[in-house]
Design a protein around this ligand. Structure first.
Ligand SMILES: Cc1ncc(COP(=O)(O)O)c(C=O)c1O
Length: 393
């Protein structure tokens, strides 16, 4: 039995694997605190759930919709983008997908020919690399010379004449860092100059804390905005990971290509989820702020606790998303582990705290801690990690 050659280098999602492992341990009765997964712990707001139920009861959800989504939903997304950034899209440029995950992978399928390169700043979300490989492309990993954000000098080191696109994810999973307007402008102009498509994954754009500001790629010079595919979705902002609704907002040619891919691969995302998403985008937005401020409190509580653990290096406080990404290599070596991976495994085994090794995000000397959990769980987890490190010392 043969498996595709393309898959030879593709790894399953390390974050999903870790959360599955911790779920299994929990089901077997272990006392597990799962800080591995990147999803809000909140239930979807009631108005959104009720809109979905009403759509079912009204008989609206039994049939296929347009493969790229209901016109009302595409309009609602275009309206929200316009309100947030001032940039206008025609609804034909909005492609609704099964989660932002599929917006990205159908985009790669649409724009890449075999061997085409995509610049992927590191550390970066686990799926970009593998999705590019699945689409036959070449991940071009860009490591920052210093810190956790790339500059155009770093891009110059890696770009080739096969480079077709760059993915920018701000606020970032796994670092929580936000690129400033100035940093984004430099990168945006670089991409325009080199005829490289910008894929701006702004899925955490509403999760920004402590007075920091987030800049959307669409608010920069029109030459940059017109060369950008915006990726977004309801998963993180509206606590809707299970509903699987994301989108791409793209130049017409790209949106049309994506529509073709999607029409063969999935057809439309579940109709009921689309009705829920319409309510998310057009209904009462108060819950967005309630959840954002809860994440902010958690960040402000957890950050000093994790930073205080001996050997955990976390100089810059994250500004958005819901992750901490400390460098822990020196600490784990001092504790007698040869890699961060073995440390993460031992931590789970002995304390029940599930984290993800930075290897999955391209930086194996770090760990990723998700704080999308209630405060008691976070305090308990910080206490267990601290005791584990101090005891081993
Ligand atoms: C940076 C980033 N982009 C995209 C996604 C995909 O989100 P979804 O498919 O739930 O919309 C995630 C989810 O973890 C993410 O962290």
């Amino acid at each position: 039995m043969q498996i595709s050659k393309r898959l030879a280098q593709v790894n399953p999602s390390a974050t999903l694997a870790m959360s599955q492992k911790s779920a299994q341990m929990k089901a077997a009765g272990a006392d597990v605190l799962d800080l591995s997964v990147g999803q809000p712990d909140f239930e979807t707001p009631k108005n959104i759930e009720e809109a979905a139920i009403a759509a079912i009861k009204a008989g609206k959800t039994s049939f296929y919709t347009a493969a790229t989504g209901l016109p009302e939903l595409r309009q609602a997304i275009a309206d929200q983008i316009k309100a947030d950034t001032g940039y206008s899209y025609d609804t034909k440029q909005i492609v609704v997908t099964n989660g932002a995950k599929f917006a990205l992978s159908s985009l790669f399928e649409s724009i890449l020919s075999d061997g085409d390169g995509v610049l992927l700043p590191q550390p970066g979300w686990v799926s970009y690399t593998e999705q590019v490989r699945i689409a036959g492309g070449e991940p071009q990993l860009v490591y920052p010379k210093s810190g956790l954000k790339v500059t155009i000098d770093d891009l110059d080191q890696v770009a080739t004449d096969r480079t077709r696109a760059i993915v920018i994810n701000s606020p970032s999973n796994p670092t929580g860092m936000i690129y400033s307007k100035q940093e984004l402008t430099l990168i945006g102009n670089w991409a325009v100059r080199h005829n490289v498509l910008i894929i701006s994954d702004e899925i955490y754009g509403k999760l920004v804390y402590n007075g920091n500001t987030f800049t959307s790629m669409l608010t920069l010079d029109p030459s940059i905005a017109e060369n950008t595919v915006l990726i977004g979705g309801v998963s993180k902002t509206y606590a809707m990971t299970g509903w699987r609704i994301g989108f791409a907002a793209a130049p017409k040619k790209v949106a049309t290509a994506m529509a073709t891919v999607i029409s063969h691969m999935t057809g439309n995302p579940a109709a009921v989820s689309q009705y829920a998403a319409i309510e998310a985008y057009t209904g009462d937005q108060a819950t967005v702020e309630t959840m954002r401020s809860a994440f902010e409190k958690r960040l402000n509580t957890l950050y000093p606790l994790i930073k205080a653990i001996p050997g955990f290096e976390l100089d810059e406080k994250p500004q958005g998303a819901f992750y901490l990404f400390p460098r822990v290599k020196d600490a784990v070596v001092a504790l007698g582990y040869d890699t961060v991976d073995t440390f993460v495994a031992a931590l789970l085994e002995e304390t029940g705290v599930a984290l993800v090794s930075g290897r999955a995000f391209g930086m194996p000397e770090h760990i990723r801690i998700s704080y999308a959990k209630d405060m008691d769980t976070l305090l308990d987890a910080a206490d267990r990690i601290t005791k584990f490190v101090e005891k081993s010392n």
